[in-house]
Design a protein around this ligand. Sequence first.
Ligand code: SF4
Length: 197
Amino acid sequence: MNEQPVFVTPSEVIEYLYCPRFIYYMNVLNIDQHEHRRTLVNKGRDIHNLKLVRNKDYLRQRIGAISKETDVYLTSDKLSLVGKVDEVLFLENGEAAPLDYKFTFWEDKLYKTLKIQQTLYALLIEEKYDMPVNKAFLVYVRSKNKLIEVPIGGDLKKEALEIVSVIFDILNLNYFPAETKTKTKCSDCTYRNLCSN
Ligand code: SF4
């Protein structure tokens, strides 16, 4: 069996939310999924496009950001989390906020996976900068840089930490989690033969 993990990343949390068994197969059994989901998670990310959109300072002016840091590596021993966010914004009201570029279209829906991902970034930023983080921002590049604000309240922070705790149980106790409730996800899944649904 592989060594016990020390850190979880927001990307791994997204994998877990897609199907809890992904974490078990990937991180406990070390069976790769041929990049299928990872490709989806990072869909459309393109360094060139990122540079272009980053030059659009009007986005940050609309948010009320007075300064920013880019490509920020975040780590917390306390939370056992690591991640890298596109930007950390420092706002006029004394708060900080993550900003993440999504190279997809805005679908008029804020997915739970993204809310949890941004909440984890928020928790990491709070610890790193000792500043409150109560919102995050997403920029949907393929929808004319549509800017979406994600409120991040205490309940969401608590839920995100609970999810991380469950993931650590899977990793450290090696327990086999329940399958996804959405069976349509299984039809083209790398692991469908292992799951024997
Ligand atoms: S086959 Fe279904 S339950 Fe099994 S890992 Fe894939 S998505 Fe999850």
